[in-house]
Write a protein that binds this ligand. Structure first.
Ligand SMILES: NC(=O)c1ccc[n+]([C@@H]2O[C@H](COP(=O)([O-])OP(=O)(O)OC[C@H]3O[C@@H](n4cnc5c(N)ncnc54)[C@H](OP(=O)(O)O)[C@@H]3O)[C@@H](O)[C@H]2O)c1
Length: 282
């Protein structure tokens, strides 16, 4: 039985002003946990806090800014040791290869990789102090399943999420001896403001509430790798395990086919979000 999320935990969630992070805050708040929520938009954080049951502190910051994070650090432990940091803040910007610009790659990497790494600057010492007091300590990194197959236009986003996958697994190895868990979350398509901008079909889309439910349930069950929805992630895993020349042909054909983006391909064009129970029936 996992100790995670047993009793009342102190949890820091980044990217909690919308989408998956907001839904996680609402779900974990209902569970009676003490939350610190971060995003750049103070007003959006206040709105989340107003809907959230229990003890919640808004701590706005740009996660790419070390000085803002250093100022925020004391808040993480203002009501006891920090048991969990959910580093979820992220962006997704697609590349138009005809107008290739390294700036697109840089913006994806800066927010998703450097921002996450900078959050670990303040989260890890706090998690170590929780362990020193015999409490559970879990670092959660929200990656993506998108990088398991080379989708066109996703060069910057996919590279950033591949880096987060490596970062999480490597940190897991280094922190195991200290009893600090490192969890990698790899969602498929989730309906949020981030994906509302997408102009291509998003197979097996789930709601942010379903995503939060799956993440919280996986955390509570002690899972270290949480990927969903299963039909989408299994399909991507299977495609990604094919011989590279075959992957290259499929990826190039998907990139050529129509004016579609990442997520287009051999999967059904079902863009209606699925509920967790629908997914479980599949
Ligand atoms: N939606 C999907 O299909 C999907 C799939 C796989 C993985 N993901 C990952 O899930 C995470 C959440 O995405 P989402 O879909 O929920 O998108 P979202 O609704 O756009 O949420 C992104 C969150 O990140 C915050 N954020 C972005 N840049 C930030 C910065 N520099 N400093 C602080 N906060 C920042 C935003 O807050 P402010 O605007 O207030 O700063 C917002 O709260 C991301 O890491 C994304 O890559 C999403």
């Amino acid at each position: 039985m996992s100790e995670r999320l047993q009793g009342r935990n102190s949890i820091w969630i980044t990217g909690a002003s919308s989408g998956i992070g907001e839904a996680l805050a609402l779900a974990l708040g209902r569970g009676g946990h003490r939350l610190v929520i971060t995003g750049r938009r103070r007003d959006a954080l206040d709105e989340v806090a107003a809907q959230c049951a229990g003890n919640i502190t808004c701590a706005p910051a740009d996660t790419t800014d070390s000085e803002q994070l250093a100022a925020l650090a004391p808040v993480l432990e203002s009501d006891g040791p920090l048991n969990m940091a959910i580093l979820n803040a992220g962006t997704c910007e697609y590349l138009d290869v005809a107008e290739y610009q390294s700036a697109v790659i840089e913006r994806n990497l800066t927010t998703n990789v450097i921002g996450t790494a900078r959050c670990i600057d303040i989260a890890l010492p706090a998690l170590r102090r929780a362990r020193a007091q015999g409490q559970s300590a879990t670092l959660v990194i929200v990656g993506s399943s998108a990088w398991w197959f080379p989708f066109g236009r996703a060069e910057g986003y996919g590279a950033s999420k591949a880096a987060l996958g490596y970062l999480a697994h490597s940190l897991r190895a280094d922190l195991a001896a200290e009893g600090i868990d490192v969890v990698l979350v790899s969602p498929g398509f989730v309906k949020t403001p981030l994906t509302d901008r997408n102009d291509f079909p998003m197979p097996f889309l789930v709601t942010a509430e379903d995503a939060a439910e799956r993440i919280v349930s996986g955390l509570a069950r002690g899972r270290n790798d949480i990927a969903f929805p299963r039909r989408f992630t299994w399909l991507l895993k299977a495609l990604g395990a094919l011989p590279q020349p075959l992957i290259d042909r499929m990826a190039a054909s998907m990139a050529r086919s129509a004016d579609q983006g990442p997520g287009s391909g051999p999967t059904p064009n079902n863009t209606q979000p699925k509920t967790a129970s629908q997914e479980n029936r599949e």
